[in-house]
Design a protein around this ligand. Structure first.
Ligand SMILES: *Cc1c(COP(=O)(O)O)cnc(C)c1O
Ligand code: SF4
Length: 337
């Protein structure tokens, strides 16, 4: 839990977060999963803790070990597989000059505002990230402001994590006020999976504050499967859209979850019905412990072609890969890995 929470009345989303499920055996019971199957996989929590909100669990099908949402959060014995090229720090982020601030692309700077998440995705490229060393405190805030004041090529600040919406509305409002004082900044962007797993996080208070800002604001969600676009989420997104916030989504292409044209088409359609445009479809970062989620480039490109045929152009996400050292994300068509 974020430290400031203890001193104020908890918001609804904070109370829900405190109820998150961290024990695979408990998850198995809630979902009526075969006990032997759960036992076989539960041990992999030692590699990366399990965490999932009750809202997300409620979107899973009882008794289905292959449920696409379950697969994203349930520890798996496959995480012990060693595979060439799957490493601890695939993006070489861990020797950063300013901890918590990633300035890889010219016009935008990304800050790791909060280390934790409300869900631990098994495929996460930051599953081995030393978050404890990356707390975004007053020192980091000063460094960020110094950086954006000095480097006038930066016109956009991206709040990322972990999950930046684990910060309270008050903390976010204070940071926003500071960013508004930097003349060349145009936009603030929030990269968050929290609304998907905890829709009550889409508070009206924060939406109103963003609407009043001189800076344009963008929320980039992270949903991978149409079953994640629940009614409660769609309602929260409608509210934020009414406050003028641009809504985008990024997904990770995951074997056994969404490596399918029909599933991804459904996702795009459901997102658009909730006022969200697809942005990126990421080819998995080769992080140790997640190789069983990998989709080959050949299959990924075939899926992308299928999406172009099935959907209008504005509902087709850009299929990209992140390559350490490149000045932007790389379209898969151009990447050689
Ligand atoms: C992905 C990423 C961004 C954002 O890239 P866009 O193409 O603008 O969405 C910015 N900084 C870092 C370090 C990133 O990994
Ligand atoms: S929400 Fe994002 S950062 Fe957090 S565990 Fe999932 S993939 Fe990783």
């Amino acid at each position: 839990m974020p430290d400031a929470v203890a001193f104020s009345v908890r918001a609804a989303w904070q109370q829900e977060l405190a109820q998150a499920i961290r024990d695979p055996l408990q998850l198995g019971q809630l979902l009526d999963l075969p006990e032997t199957w759960v036992q076989q996989h539960a041990g992999a929590r030692e590699l990366f803790p399990m965490m999932v909100t009750r809202h997300f669990v409620n979107l899973m099908t009882r008794g289905d070990c292959d449920d696409p949402l379950l697969r994203q959060v349930m520890p798996s014995a496959d995480e012990y597989l060693e595979r060439d090229g799957f490493v601890v720090d695939p993006l070489q982020e861990q020797n950063n000059e300013h901890p918590g601030i990633l300035h890889k692309y010219k016009s935008r700077v990304l800050v790791i505002l909060r280390g934790g998440c409300a869900i631990n995705c098994r495929y996460c490229f930051r599953r081995h990230f030393p978050y404890a060393e990356h707390h975004f405190g007053s020192e980091q805030r000063r460094q960020l402001l110094d950086l954006v004041r000095q480097d006038t090529a930066i016109n956009e600040v991206i709040l990322s994590g972990g999950d930046p919406l684990l910060a309270t509305d008050t903390q976010l409002e204070r940071l926003l006020s500071e960013l508004e004082s930097v003349p060349q900044l145009r936009r603030v962007r929030i990269h968050s999976r929290l609304p998907v797993v905890l829709p009550s996080r889409l508070t009206q208070q924060l939406a109103k504050r963003l609407e009043q800002s001189r800076l344009q604001s963008i929320l980039v969600l992270h949903a991978n499967h149409p079953n994640e676009v629940a009614t409660e989420l769609a309602q929260g997104l409608e509210l934020w859209a009414r406050h003028g916030i641009t809504l985008l989504n990024q997904s990770v292409l995951l074997r056994g979850v969404n490596d399918d044209v029909e599933v991804l088409s459904d996702l795009s359609e459901k997102l658009f019905a909730a006022k969200v445009l697809p942005y990126y479809l990421h080819q998995l970062d080769a992080v140790k412990g997640a190789s069983h989620f990998a989709v080959t480039d050949a299959v990924a490109l075939t899926i992308a072609e299928g999406l172009r045929t099935a959907l209008p152009g504005f509902l087709v996400p850009r299929l990209v890969r992140e390559i350490a050292g490149e000045p932007s994300k790389t379209p898969l068509e151009l990447s050689r890995c």
